[in-house]
Design a protein around this ligand. Structure first.
Ligand SMILES: [Zn+2]
Length: 580
């Protein structure tokens, strides 16, 4: 069974605007409409609404609905191939009882729950967590990434009433949603590897929106991790996995050591048009001639200089387009404009007039990196998250802007389209935006010059403080610091923009008012369906102690859950075309 899969409209998940949803339904009402899903697909989504009435009479009926919805969820997920990123920090408790990060691990891939025997990992193979988690993965008939974390998107692949005891606990709100809280325990005779813990079920359509616990009982030779798994309402009738937090503080393993770690798993890139070739083809057919026409106003052939610029731009656009299609780059949006404002502050105060527009884009991954593709500055979500203030952001952007101002060369091989024909998982090998060390040094020097003339000149101590924290933490966080596409911020003995260290105060981890770097996940909100990013609206919180500073650290997820505003079939009639 497929769920609605029309990529032509992006929906801001939590902006609760009903318009895109209505438009979507109107489109699917007409079989010829652009990117319309198959009749079976829209039928599947509709039937979800039908199921929700009449209200269940008993708790037993509720559980029937929940189980039915969970089976539908599994069916939906078999057609989804979202990106999955897991970032894990190994912890050690020091003599005073505080946890500190001693090592980290990173995995990026695409979740494939179809039956196709195919692994798609973007970073290295299979390695990560494989040895300790392969039993876990093997227990399930589904196809998973070579790590156990992606599995935590599923409560139970064979969720059956006969395997479980269910206990109603209470009603509770998660964000806007009123939920039934239910404890779930496998019956003594149930087959192994069942879910043990608590589920939150939204009380309108009875979808599981959160589950928290582990799998049980543990097999003799391996063990299960604890997890807190969250789903978001991404399409009408579809609640899909977005966040999983996992943590163990003292799990004894048969490898002879206790596990102590925190891990965040994020899923996104659900709506990748590239994965649905049929709908893509439909869109090509219905493209209006106007949108295909070249936008440029030039009426004559360009001069050689202009042609060279156009060629570079073509390579740049090809790279950006491909990265976006894979699900590694956010579509252009609000965050880009914020970044561009900082870039413009640097340009204007330095009287620099570049002959071509500078653009900014957000890489959707956690590792801290920034680089340029032609005249486009790319900065990773993780890096935006951990930067403590605008001056630090200006420091990162000034370095990249300097590559552009200094006219550092950009390999235009990507202007030939055949070079873009490669499997997605090869992206990190095929795309390489690394600079030569000499260019890096030159960009650092130029960036200092730009910053000294800028509105940020009096706040560079903070930027230097961030660099100090980065330098100090880098040995324990190799996977967070390791870039995939650009140059390292702090590789070996080198540190980007190290000239700013001198102006920074001493790093004092015990002072709760000195914020050198932020935790991961605090600034950027990612819509897992459309890949759009926006700045998080969380209010600043006063820290109770220095422990809460959590520089570069991982925290649990508590997304504010909302329902997509009513896609209800009754509204379709209002927007459907007039039958004349
Ligand atoms: Zn650089």
């Amino acid at each position: 069974m497929r769920i609605l899969w029309s990529g032509s409209l992006s929906v801001f998940l939590l902006c609760v605007s009903s318009l895109p949803v209505l438009a979507q339904d109107a489109a699917s009402a007409s079989p010829q409409a652009a990117g319309a899903p198959s009749a079976a697909a829209s039928g599947a989504a509709r039937s979800l609404d039908a199921v929700s009435s009449p209200p269940p009479a008993s708790f037993n009926d509720v559980m029937d609905r929940v189980i039915e919805k969970e089976h539908l969820f599994i069916a939906q997920m078999r057609h989804m191939r979202p990106m999955v990123e897991t970032y894990l920090q190994d912890l050690k408790t020091d003599s005073s009882g505080n946890s500190e990060t001693v090592k980290d691990q990173y995995f990026l891939g695409r979740l494939d729950m179809s039956d196709a025997p195919e692994d798609t990992s973007f970073v290295g193979q299979p390695g990560f967590g494989h040895r300790m988690l392969n039993h876990l993965t093997g227990l399930y008939a589904m196809h998973f990434l070579p790590l156990g974390f992606a599995q935590m998107v599923v409560l139970d692949t064979d969720f059956q009433k006969k395997y479980y005891d269910f206990t109603f606990v209470r009603r509770e709100f998660l964000g806007d949603l009123r939920c039934l809280v239910i404890d779930v325990q496998p019956k003594p005779n149930a087959p192994p590897g069942r879910f043990l813990g608590r589920i939150w079920v939204e009380d309108q359509d009875y979808n599981v929106v959160r589950f928290n616990g582990t799998y049980y009982p543990h097999p003799k030779t391996s063990y299960y991790l604890h997890f807190d798994s969250w789903r978001l309402n991404m399409r009408p009738g579809a609640w899909l996995p977005a966040y999983i937090y996992s943590e163990e503080s003292d799990l004894k393993t048969n490898l002879g050591r206790a596990l102590h770690f925190r891990a965040q798993t994020r899923l996104w890139g659900y709506d990748l048009k590239a994965l649905n070739r049929n709908s893509e083809f439909t869109e090509i057919l219905v493209d209006s001639p106007a949108s295909v026409k070249d936008q440029s106003e030039a009426t004559a052939d360009p001069s050689p200089v202009v042609a060279a610029r156009m060629w570079e731009r073509q390579a740049e656009d090809n790279a950006l387009e491909r990265l976006e299609k894979i699900g590694l780059l956010a579509p252009s949006g609000e965050v880009d404009k914020i970044l561009l404002t900082v870039v413009n502050n640097l340009l204007v105060t330095n009287n620099i007039d570049l002959q071509s527009d500078v653009r900014c884009r957000v890489l959707l991954t956690s590792p801290l990196e920034s680089f340029t593709i032609g005249h486009t500055i790319v900065i990773s979500r993780g890096l935006v998250d951990v930067l403590p203030d605008e001056a630090s952001l200006a420091m990162i952007l000034a370095h990249e802007l300097s590559h552009i101002v200094l006219g550092h060369t950009f390999d235009t091989k990507l202007a030939f389209n055949d070079r873009l024909f490669f499997p997605d998982e090869d992206s990190f090998q095929r795309f390489d935006f690394k600079r030569r060390p000499a260019d890096e040094d030159a960009a650092d020097a130029k960036a200092i010059e730009l910053l000294k003339n800028s509105p940020y000149k009096d706040k560079l101590g903070n930027a230097g403080l961030f660099l100090k924290a980065l330098q100090q933490n880098a040995p324990d966080l190799p996977n967070l610091i390791r870039p995939h596409l650009g140059n390292s911020l702090a590789g070996g003995k080198s540190l980007r923009m190290s000239a700013l260290l001198a102006s920074a105060p001493d790093l004092d981890p015990k002072r709760s008012d000195q914020i050198a770097a932020l935790p991961l996940g605090g600034r950027i909100r990612l819509d897992p369906w459309s890949d759009q990013v926006e700045m998080a609206k969380a209010k600043p919180v006063a820290l109770a102690s220095a422990r809460e500073k959590m520089p570069f650290e991982i925290a649990p997820f508590f997304p504010y859950l909302t329902r997509l505003s009513s896609p209800a079939s009754d509204k379709v009639a209002l927007t459907a075309p007039n039958p004349k």
